[in-house]
Design a protein around this ligand. Structure first.
Ligand SMILES: *[C@@H]1O[C@H](CO)[C@@H](O)[C@H](O)[C@H]1NC(C)=O
Ligand SMILES: *[C@@H]1O[C@H](CO)[C@@H](O)[C@H](O)[C@H]1NC(C)=O
Ligand SMILES: *[C@@H]1O[C@H](CO)[C@@H](O)[C@H](O)[C@H]1NC(C)=O
Ligand SMILES: *[C@@H]1O[C@H](CO)[C@@H](O)[C@H](O)[C@H]1NC(C)=O
Ligand SMILES: *[C@@H]1O[C@H](CO)[C@@H](O)[C@H](O)[C@H]1NC(C)=O
Ligand SMILES: [Ca+2]
Length: 462
């Protein structure tokens, strides 16, 4: 019976692991002591984030139709039969048509007023917000009807719109528009993968029907480390851990499109027909995953916001801190390493005491255990950078008391008579002889050490 149960666990385990890399946060595995949970670094699947985005367009009055307006097309400037009328649902072009699903097969789009105020510039900002930190997993694709802009900038924010940074520049002439040399994303290499470039690839006039999409190229950047068909994602994840700024490059909370000059049809602005100049966007595709710091495999839309379903005793919108009651521990992000499952190094306890201060025998000692119910304390941080690359779960067990010692108030080990030390790691007697009672000296040492240890741990955690 037990063997069969064990086999079942193993089967479930194997099947579950086969689903995909970093899909699972934990899994029941059978051991000699029965079934136990094994913990892994985990992340949610990529989702079509346009479903959850909030759109704001600026300046006020930029959306067409109020008052109703006629517009022409670049291909046939004498055909001006189309009308935009905000009060008529069939003729209105509100911002939400950038994110609808177009189930009917009909292309629907947001449209701006025409450039009738020329030579005043025709500019618009589109701000996309999620109120959640996300990580791009695929190209951003913006589909323009009636021609792509000749000049625009894609920007991103990583702090919910407080500060912004350019993500990519787009122009039919990069030098003229931004005094930048034109580049293509596919020419980027490992050395300059996170460079912000200006590209001319999506801004030149090719007819409004042929090429409608403006991209922010994520796949070609991924391909630098994952290979042309992105088969070696391990290679990419490994670099995400080690290469400064790489993960952050794909991370954002908001995006902003700054439309600076509309499509012109390949010529100069023709002042006698300004009704053919405007912007129209039918779709904004943003494939991304919730950033959950490798502590969640699910991200759900709850009460109007995306929320990581945190595991590993973590909590917060991005699983960015330890759960209440698990505070004494230092929160750490999970790690993609070592592949394929991320680090199971959850049990780590490093102490670094100057022996001259304490006269104890465990200076610089490091204790690793492999039982998932005991958890790391990253104490006084001699770990440095190495401490960052662990799958760190939070646990309520603060001290790993040894030799039958018990943890008292999460602050100190209460040792059985024959053992001493902060972790009860030392025998009191030489030669393994049994001895009685605690000496006054060790008792006072313990009383001195434990509050100090608790303070140190507390300050390391905050
Ligand atoms: C777009 O946003 C930028 C930054 O806030 C601002 O300087 C600019 O005036 C805005 N443009 C429009 C057309 O609202
Ligand atoms: C953003 O998300 C946080 C956390 O889920 C929530 O408390 C806050 O109300 C949200 N803000 C908005 C504007 O929805
Ligand atoms: C990136 O580096 C490669 C070679 O190292 C170079 O050919 C390419 O132009 C660079 N791209 C940018 C945008 O600097
Ligand atoms: C989280 O806390 C619970 C309750 O203390 C514990 O059983 C569990 O092992 C802890 N660790 C993880 C990784 O969930
Ligand atoms: C796991 O622990 C071992 C022993 O301390 C350490 O050498 C190794 O670097 C750790 N692995 C990670 C990914 O932190
Ligand atoms: Ca649409």
């Amino acid at each position: 019976m037990r063997a069969r149960a064990g086999l079942l666990y193993l089967l479930v385990h194997v099947l579950a692991r086969a689903r995909g890399q970093y899909d699972l946060c934990k899994s029941l595995v059978s051991t000699d002591e029965g079934a136990v949970w094994e913990h892994y670094a985990c992340q949610p699947k990529a989702q079509a984030m346009k479903e959850y985005m909030r759109i704001r367009v600026e300046p006020p009055g930029i959306t067409c139709g109020n008052p109703p307006e006629r517009f022409c097309t670049l291909e046939n400037p004498y055909l001006c039969s189309d009308e935009c009328d905000a009060s008529n649902p069939d003729l209105a072009h509100p911002p939400q048509l950038m994110q609808d699903r177009e189930r009917s097969g009909l292309i629907t789009y947001w449209q701006t007023v025409t450039w009738r105020r020329y030579p005043e510039p025709l500019q618009a900002n589109i701000t996309l917000s999620w109120n959640k930190t996300l990580e791009l997993t695929d190209d951003i694709q913006i589909t323009f009807e009636y021609g792509r802009p000749t000049v625009m900038v894609l920007e991103k924010s990583m702090n919910f719109g407080r500060t912004w940074q350019p993500y990519q520049y787009y122009a039919d002439d990069c030098v003229d528009a931004f005094t930048m040399a034109p580049r293509r994303a596919r020419d980027l290499t490992a050395a300059n993968i996170t460079r912000v470039i200006c590209t001319e690839q999506y801004s030149r006039w090719v007819g409004s029907k042929n090429e409608k999409v403006v991209r922010f190229e994520v796949r070609s950047r991924f391909a630098i480390f994952a290979g042309p068909r992105l088969l070696n994602m391990e290679g990419l994840y490994t670099r995400m851990e080690s290469m400064k700024g790489l993960r952050d490059f794909f991370t954002f909370t908001n995006l902003r499109l700054r439309l600076l000059r509309p499509a012109l049809g390949g010529t100069y602005v023709q002042r006698d027909n300004l009704l053919k100049y405007f912007y129209a966007i039918s779709n904004v595709e943003v494939l991304a995953r919730c950033k959950c710091n490798l502590h969640a495999s699910l991200c759900l839309f709850v009460d109007g916001n995306l929320q990581c379903q945190c595991e590993h005793n973590t909590t917060g919108q991005d699983c960015q801190r330890c759960k209440k009651g698990f505070k004494a521990k230092t929160w750490k992000s999970g790690s993609y390493l070592p592949t394929p499952n991320g680090s199971p190094n959850t049990s780590r306890f490093k102490l670094h005491f100057e022996s001259s201060n304490f006269g104890t025998s465990f200076s610089n000692s490091e204790i690793n255990t492999h039982t998932p119910t005991h958890i790391f304390i990253t104490a006084i941080d001699t770990l440095g950078a190495a401490g960052k690359t662990q799958t760190n779960v939070c646990d309520d067990e603060l001290l790993l008391c040894q030799n039958g010692g018990t943890c008292v108030q999460n602050q100190r080990c209460s040792c059985p008579p024959d053992f001493k030390g902060v972790l009860c790691q030392q025998s009191r007697c030489d030669g393994g002889k049994k001895c009685n009672g605690a000496s006054a000296l060790t008792l006072s040492l313990a009383l001195l050490l434990c509050p100090l240890l608790a303070t140190l741990l507390g300050s390391a955690a905050s």
